[in-house]
Write a protein that binds this ligand. Structure first.
Ligand code: ATP
Length: 367
């Protein structure tokens, strides 16, 4: 499929000299749902605003549908943007809010009516067309903001934290609606969020950024299973990954955990790739989902059992989170059991097939 949006070595340096985005590169295919994720200040909104034309691109190329658009005005870029604060016109009805951008573009009124009605139908807004924004709920307002973008029939939808003003429950249902909307429109979406649940559930590919640098671009599954570096490993997934400091033994067979002195046996694959780290310090990382306490796993992973000192547990209905330590390092285990966990010291194990090792200097995953 042809690339729909290309960013090539895109940089942003603000007039005060602050370098907010470094060498951003991505090829986005038509119909992709790209989520830009990362902590506050990492440069995701700046990137989106450069695509929208609301911020000048300091260097690099932005190509939309085969045409370089660095110097094309926002209104001529074939994009539509949805903001966090909806930015609806308070004095206009829902209908006129949606029609407005087409009216100022002097689109034929018959065409405007058809497009507004179609968008209203897709978004379930037909009963509210004569209401003003203040007579709507937060979710309905967000839908009107989406409707304003849909009527434009843009090549690319740009969404900047569109759900962050909604309460948790509504966010959940709007996530589902956004997914369905994207499927129905089959347009390209670029979506900014700092919420990694939104990133995992919505994206066809996630871009994780930190301090203006892209850390990894991957599908949600790839990013969850194979994070490129320690930052991504800690950012994607709740609760976050467990990190253990230690070193590889001189035979390249075991990870020796520093603070407990315990040894964990590397898989054959890990022994193959660990070559240059023999005898060196590394970080071992594993998700809470792969720290087990049940008999079956303890038996299957008998070489990798340890004493888990539990500080406290959280009961979350279908599962428990166990917070504790191995040696002096804190770890979390997510266990699917309905039994109450009362012991403060229990046997636990790592499934080494689901463990990664990271270089302590570069923070990159060893592979
Ligand atoms: P948030 O989630 O808080 O919106 P973000 O990842 O979207 O964060 P940006 O808004 O892209 O972050 O900002 C990236 C960096 O650029 C921040 O450090 C911010 O302070 C800085 N920045 C943003 N706008 C300007 C500006 N006009 N001049 C100088 N620096 C700016």
């Amino acid at each position: 499929m042809a690339s729909n949006v290309i960013l090539k070595n895109v940089n942003k340096v603000y007039p005060n000299g602050f370098h907010a985005v470094y060498d951003f590169n991505i090829d986005i295919e038509k119909g992709e749902f790209i989520v830009l994720a990362g902590p506050s200040g990492c440069g995701k909104s700046t990137t989106l605003r450069m695509v929208a034309g609301l911020e000048e691109i300091s260097s690099g190329d932005l190509v939309i549908n085969g045409k370089k658009v660095n110097n094309v005005a926002p209104k001529d870029r074939d994009i539509a943007m949805v903001f966090q604060n909806y930015a609806l016109y308070a004095h206009m009805t829902v209908y006129h809010n949606m029609a407005f951008s087409l009216t100022i573009r002097k689109v034929d009124p018959v065409e405007i009516h058809a497009r507004v009605m179609k968008a209203a139908e897709i978004l379930g807004l037909i009963p509210y067309l004569n209401r003003k924004p203040k007579q709507l709920s937060g979710g309905q307002r967000q839908r009107v903001a989406l409707g304003r973008a849909i009527v434009r029939d843009p090549v690319v939808f740009l969404l900047d934290e569109p759900l962050s003003n909604l309460d948790a429950k509504l966010r959940g249902s709007m996530r589902k609606e956004l997914m369905q909307l994207h499927e129905r429109l089959n347009s390209t979406f670029i979506y900014v969020t700092h919420d990694q649940i939104e990133a995992l559930t919505l994206a066809s590919r996630i871009v994780v950024m930190k301090d203006g640098y892209v850390q990894q671009i991957a599908t949600p599954k790839e990013m969850f299973d194979n994070p490129e570096n320690l930052f991504v490993a800690g950012f994607i997934g709740t609760p976050p990954m467990n990190f253990l400091h230690g070193s590889i033994d001189n035979n390249g067979e075991y990870f020796i955990h520093e603070s407990s002195g315990l040894k964990f046996k590397l898989t054959d694959h890990q022994q193959d790739i660990i070559g240059s780290y023999i005898g060196k310090e590394v970080i071992m990382a594993t998700r809470p989902e792969y720290v087990f306490i049940d008999d079956l796993h303890l038996k299957q992973n008998s070489e990798n059992v340890f004493e888990f000192n539990i500080d406290y547990t959280e009961y979350l209905g279908a599962y428990h989170l166990l917070y504790g330590a191995i040696g002096e390092e804190n770890i979390i285990s997510k266990v699917y059991t309905r039994q109450e966990i009362v012991d403060k010291k229990i046997k636990a194990c790592f499934d080494m097939n689901n463990v990664h090792f990271f270089d302590i200097e570069t923070t990159k995953r060893i592979r």
